[in-house]
Ligand binder design. Structure first.
Ligand code: NAP
Length: 493
């Protein structure tokens, strides 16, 4: 740990793509009095936790990686989670971040001390530290969601969430039920189906699925990327623009939405000859409204003899079976929840109290208002990576994280240069920014595409996604805008 760490240090929460990126951007600016607080015992975030069979990113890794740390050694276009985890471990080592990380500490509460202009950070262990600046990089999809299905507590078999995969269980001969048919389920169902005796997939609503087109990257390709990094950079650039083109479909271009729909329907027609099954897996909402999925083996898996797609819903769970909503009983010994994450609870379960003791969850009850997802009024010196309204439906989130980390590092540098103790986002700026974001959101397919998704809060508001191009986000975060903030120097500022 750096010897310069003191109560004025920068606390970064999490060591996934976000937290590590923040640390690197600070280092690039010559700032090294930061500590990364990590609840687990390794870096990697999502890619440390999601180790289910078939787990891989659905954005090619040439793009889903840091711009400043290209890796010529990816073995596939969409490499497995283990390569992404190895990549993050190697980046942490390369940038000498390990001495800055405290593993096994879970932040339970943060409280802003208005007299000292410091954040008091409480850990679940009972220990606490004080920091001048806090950057949250704990991830939007890090706390699994398990629905409280009737009778769940009575189930006597193995039950677990896809993000906490039970590698100790051999799936051979098991009678498995999978609840959910989203991004994670479509990756692991085809992997485990050949081993299970029976596999019941409980689908609440179908998803649009497009071909994935994965392929191995040959040793010759890897060698070429290694010797001529500009070739990999060129591929990254082309991949970025191919994804960025999707933005206009999601942002309201009806022609592109319909084009996408016909392509997805053609894929469905080709892959699912049985019209009953095809009907069950055909969505009735616009493509893109829920996250777009890619797979070459999901539809074939559903057509296996031992796989049964159930669309009636779960009405009850019994010790050794599931009763579906039509009253049929299905005997199972393993229950896998592929039901997603608590994406709209943001920093929860951490409790965060800003100026005048206001709690972040209360402050965001009527909408997670921020400027560009980076900061929120009444919470000075608290910054967010992957914050509200910065998620993407179409491109690599690493692009957004890099823009955010650069911006926050510039803000910290500015504060220190000007001897400012704290920066607080101006409330008027925030109100205008949130209103503009929500106004633009109304035209997007996520708001008007006729679906329910994890992008939406319970009241239908969308505080998760960025409703514009990533280029626009990049442009708007190029320079730290001091006029958006109020400087606090002493006492209550
Ligand atoms: P998800 O895509 O949100 O899927 C959750 C599934 O659970 C949906 O089918 C949902 O049905 C169902 N569900 C939720 N609550 C239910 C309930 N009470 N009863 C029955 N079914 C219920 O979740 P995920 O698969 O964990 O993925 C979450 C996000 O993680 C993705 O959108 C993506 O951003 C990320 N992810 C990315 C990758 C990748 O390749 N990069 C892979 C996996 C995950 P409804 O559709 O009806 O709500």
């Amino acid at each position: 740990m750096s010897s310069r760490v003191n109560d004025g240090h920068i606390a970064i929460i999490g060591t996934g793509f976000s937290g590590l990126c923040m640390a690197i951007e600070l280092k690039k600016k010559g700032i090294d009095d930061f500590v990364l607080y990590e609840r687990a015992d390794d870096v990697g975030g999502t890619w440390r936790d999601n180790t289910y069979p078939g787990a891989a990113c659905d954005v090619p890794s040439v793009l889903y990686s840091y711009s400043f740390a290209q890796n010529p050694n990816w073995t596939r276009i969409f490499p497995p989670w283990s390569e992404l985890l190895d990549y993050l471990r190697s980046v942490a080592a390369q940038y000498d971040l390990l001495p800055h990380i405290r593993f096994g500490v879970e932040v339970s509460e943060m409280r802003f001390d208005e007299d000292r202009l410091r954040w008091n950070i409480q850990f679940a262990s009972g220990e606490s530290v004080t920091a001048a600046v806090v950057v949250n990089g704990s991830g939007g999809l890090s706390n699994p969601y398990i629905p409280q299905l009737p009778g769940l507590e009575s189930f006597e078999g193995a039950a677990f969430h896809s993000a906490k995969w039970r590698h100790d269980l051999d799936m051979s001969g098991r009678r498995v039920a999978v609840i959910g048919s989203g991004a994670s389920a479509i990756q692991f169902v085809p992997e485990i189906a050949p081993h299970t005796e029976t596999l019941h997939v409980f689908q609440r609503s179908p998803n649009w699925v497009m071909p994935r087109g994965d392929a191995a990257l040959s040793p010759a390709t890897r060698e070429r990327f290694s010797r001529r990094p500009y070739r990999q950079r060129w591929l990254r650039w082309r991949t970025y623009w191919a994804f960025e083109k999707l933005a206009s479909a999601f942002l309201g271009n009806r022609k592109l939405v319909e084009q996408y729909r016909s392509q997805a329907l053609a894929n469905l027609q080709q892959q699912v000859p049985d019209s009953d099954l095809r009907q069950k897996v055909t969505p009735d909402y616009d493509p893109g409204c829920k996250r777009r999925l890619i797979s070459d083996d999901w539809y074939p898996a559903l057509q296996r003899e031992n796989v049964h797609l159930n669309t009636s819903g779960v009405s009850e769970i019994r010790p050794h079976s599931i009763i579906d909503s039509e009253g049929a009983e299905h005997e199972v010994d393993t229950l896998i929840f592929a039901t997603g994450f608590q994406a709209t609870s943001f920093l929860a379960p951490m409790k965060v109290f800003g100026r005048e003791g206001v709690e972040l969850s209360d402050s965001w009850r009527e909408g997670a208002a921020t400027k560009l997802g980076l900061a929120s009024a009444a919470f000075p010196n608290l910054w967010f990576l992957n914050g509200p309204n910065t998620g993407l439906g179409h491109n690599s989130i690493i692009f957004m994280i890099e823009a955010q980390a650069r911006y926050i590092a510039s803000a910290v540098q500015y504060m220190r240069r000007k001897s400012i103790s704290a920066l607080e986002l101006d409330r008027t700026v925030q109100t205008g920014s949130y209103a503009a974001t929500q106004e633009r959101m109304r035209r997007t397919v996520w708001a008007s595409g006729g679906c329910d998704s994890w992008y939406q809060s319970a009241d239908g508001r969308i505080d998760t996604l960025w409703p514009a191009s990533t280029i626009e986000y990049w442009l708007r975060t190029r320079l730290f805008r001091k006029s958006d903030f109020r400087a606090l120097t002493t006492g209550k500022g």
